[in-house]
Design a protein around this ligand. Structure first.
Ligand SMILES: [Zn+2]
Ligand SMILES: [Zn+2]
Length: 252
């Protein structure tokens, strides 16, 4: 599977980092995980076609992970050369249908009704994965907001895990167990932690306990960006470490 970190930033506006968005091409489909501000334009910058999106998965409802769903769906209505016929599926943690209902209560006239749309709330523990022809998608609770979940995509080459926002959680370690690549948030320095987020030592602990092959850090707030994050993670994790930048491409 091919992975593109479209946005590696946070709620803090920065030229260097867009808000959260990851695109995964797997199972013959284009999957998007989170859609923060700037994500649609970031897809273009990364050489991806926003109209190619088949499924969108949200980790939680914070604006820096969700707001670009409106311009994306508006763009699909107006921007394609031919009217889209294939469905667009949107998934998020319960109560996702209620959350999406509020957004579409404001913008729905310009988002819905032009192509088939499925809106699916996910129970916090996955009874069964979302099945694609060449990939399976699992999820588990993350420790950030009450609704927060993290995702695992399993394909032929191994598993890719994206935490969304979280602090240390055993459920995230379990979800990430043995993954080829773990895209994990690393928001703040160890000497100024914030509840609901990870610091380098917490990210290293999850990666090490889960036994992943490679760690990629994302959702980096400016104070953490000033650190040598690769060295900090290296104190608690012996595998490969990368710090994401917008447009980073990964292969699993
Ligand atoms: Zn966030
Ligand atoms: Zn958040």
């Amino acid at each position: 599977m091919e992975i593109t970190v479209v946005g590696s930033g946070t709620a803090v506006p920065r030229l260097e980092r867009r808000q959260s968005c990851v695109v995964v091409e797997a199972g013959g489909e284009t999957l998007v995980f989170d859609l923060g501000s700037g994500a649609v334009r970031g897809m273009l910058r990364a050489g991806l076609d926003p109209f190619s999106v088949d499924r969108i998965f949200f980790t939680h409802f914070h604006p820096d992970h969700t707001v670009d769903v409106v311009p994306l769906m508006f763009a699909i209505k107006y921007g394609a050369e031919t009217q889209r016929a294939r469905p667009l599926a949107l998934y998020g943690p319960d109560p996702f249908e209620e959350f999406f209902g509020k957004i579409s209560g404001v913008w729905g006239e310009w988002m819905l009704g032009y192509y088939p749309t499925e809106v699916l709330g996910l129970a916090h523990t996955s009874p069964s994965p979302v099945e694609l022809p060449g990939a399976r998608i699992f999820w588990a609770p993350a420790a950030h907001r009450p609704e927060s979940i993290a995702y695992r995509v399993e394909g032929e080459g191994g598993a890719f895990v994206y935490t969304g926002d979280t602090e240390y959680a055993a459920s995230v370690v379990e979800l990430a167990r043995g993954a080829h690549t773990l895209l994990i948030e690393c928001s703040f320095p160890d000497d100024s932690p914030v509840a609901g987020h990870l610091t380098p030592s917490g990210a290293a602990r999850i990666a090490s306990e889960a036994g992943v092959g490679r760690v990629v850090l994302t959702h980096v707030y400016p104070p953490a960006d000033a650190l040598d994050l690769e060295a900090e993670i290296g104190r608690g994790f012996s595998g490969e470490v990368l710090v994401a930048e917008d447009g980073l491409k990964l292969h699993v």
